[in-house]
Design a protein around this ligand. Structure first.
Ligand SMILES: NC(=O)c1ccc[n+]([C@@H]2O[C@H](COP(=O)([O-])OP(=O)(O)OC[C@H]3O[C@@H](n4cnc5c(N)ncnc54)[C@H](O)[C@@H]3O)[C@@H](O)[C@H]2O)c1
Length: 443
């Protein structure tokens, strides 16, 4: 099939590469000329395992190409994906101006019947808005087109895998022909597909992301109760997770959710509900718990260190989660800002996100590795759970430190092992004095 993807970011580039890999002819479009020039030269704008090889291979085979000329790409395609950004406006509503801009270009290039597929995350009702925009900008005698909602569920860091093995493919279409095009396109993946009306598909995306955010905020609230009562949240979560109705995923207490999706999708859902006349109090609490969590962590450091002024602190991990260099809404940003505001000195290490972080925090020290970051520090704080921190040599880490305090913002360590290495351990919801035999028996 001949496709184009407007917006060559995380979603657009991965979608384009995977569809090309499945044998389609795909044109990826972006208005960012530098990005397109780099992609033509085989340079990826983002870090994503397996992406570079897949892009290079399909570009060499002639199935994947890059352009800034949206209209030419649309003219050559029967299916056009919109995968532009939908960032938050100050009131929490998503900014749809990039979607509108894409629609304007599509409208001007309608040379034959087309299926316009919205992959960007947009509030319920946007399908109708997209149709109106295209009709408004297209010539009066334009050929027919369908608008389909096909929300994206990939996770940064495993985007290629997720696109090839989605839990489900959601297709929201107003008629069978349009739905069939998408079914045909996705058929080689052999994954469950659900076909709905456009509004329901749009809402499935928000309802899913907000539910996952709620699960994380819920276990973080339970962690607060663990800290107050002396229970261990990792054991509580394990005991809950065996219940099939609950499940064990997204039940890891820590610093909360960040990234480009959950924060903006939760805000958008609250704003959309408000606009529709429903006060979504549950989701407002989910958001508030999440905003408090990094400050609660900084509070733990302040208490244990007797103030932060003049303290030297190592931050391990800057990206919002492992396997990405994405810093959008990363917890490190809130934590480092709070530490600097209270007069602490920050030394940071992240396997890949340091170049991006330098632009935000030029005043902190960037280090070669975790041990280098810990040198002369009063405390080490794990903020992103990169694998290389899990198996760190804790004794070696302690040897270079001024004071032996370890703050485990992602609960990745066994507190007993940390203590055996001569470090004081501070996790999230893990102040329990659980007997070692109990923890060992639950591994
Ligand atoms: N990143 C994720 O993990 C993820 C997951 C699921 C859904 N989504 C959703 O997918 C959408 C895209 O997200 P992303 O992370 O890929 O965004 P991104 O910011 O990485 O990429 C968007 C790209 O669109 C380009 N663009 C903007 N307007 C354009 C236009 N008119 N014509 C051509 N190019 C244009 C930008 O230059 C940019 O390269 C968002 O709605 C997001 O919420 C993202």
């Amino acid at each position: 099939m001949q496709l184009s993807v407007i917006g060559t970011g995380y979603v657009g580039l991965v979608t384009g590469a995977v569809f090309a890999d499945l044998g389609n002819e795909v044109i990826c479009v972006d208005k960012d000329e530098e990005k397109i020039t780099a992609l033509r030269a085989g340079i990826m704008p983002i870090y994503e395992p397996g992406l570079e090889e897949m892009v290079r291979h399909n570009a060499e085979e002639g199935r994947l190409s890059f352009t800034t000329d949206t209209e030419e790409a649309v003219r050559r395609s029967e299916v056009v994906f919109i995968a532009v950004g939908t960032p938050s406006l100050p009131d929490g509503q998503p900014d749809l101006s990039q979607v509108e801009d894409a629609c304007r270009h599509i409208a001007c290039a309608l040379n034959a019947p087309k299926v316009i597929v919205n992959k960007s995350t947009v509030p319920v009702g946007t399908g109708d808005v997209v149709r109106r925009w295209i009709e408004q900008y297209a010539p009066a005698d334009h050929p027919p087109f369908d608008v389909v909602s096909n929300p994206e569920f990939l996770r940064e860091g495993s985007a290629i895998y997720d696109t090839l093995h989605p839990d489900r493919i959601v297709i929201g279409a107003a008629n069978q022909n349009a739905a069939m095009k998408l079914i045909e396109l996705y058929a080689p993946l052999e994954r469950p597909m659900i076909v709905t009306d456009v509004n329901s598909a749009e809402l499935i995306k928000y309802a899913s992301n907000c539910f996952l955010a709620m699960k994380i905020s819920y276990i973080n609230a339970i962690a607060r109760i663990c800290d107050l009562s002396g229970a261990d949240v990792t054991l509580v979560a394990k005991g809950m997770g065996y219940d099939k109705r609950i499940g064990d995923q997204f039940l890891q207490a820590g610093l909360g959710w960040g990234g480009s999706c959950f924060p903006k999708d939760v805000s958008a859902m609250i704003a959309t509900a408000d606009a529709l006349g429903y006060d979504f109090q549950l989701l407002k609490a989910v958001k508030q718990i999440n905003e408090e969590q990094p400050l609660y962590f900084v509070g733990k450091m302040r208490n244990a260190l007797g103030g932060l002024d003049g303290k030297r602190i190592a931050i391990l991990g800057l990206s919002f989660k492992p396997n990405t260099d994405d810093l959008r809404e990363a917890k490190s940003l809130q934590i480092i800002t709070a530490l600097l505001a209270e007069g602490a000195e920050v030394r940071a290490y992240d396997p890949i996100a340091m170049p991006k972080a330098r632009a935000i925090f030029p005043q902190i020290t960037y280090c070669e590795n975790a041990y280098d970051a810990a040198t002369g520090c009063d405390a080490v704080a794990v903020v992103t759970e990169w694998n290389e921190f899990r198996q760190i040599n804790l004794e070696k880490l302690r040897q270079s430190m001024r004071r032996p305090l370890l703050f485990d913002g992602r609960n990745i360590y066994n507190p007993q092992k940390v203590k055996q290495a001569g470090l004081e351990y501070y996790g999230i919801g893990r102040s329990a004095n659980t007997a070692p035999f109990a923890r060992a028996a639950s591994q």
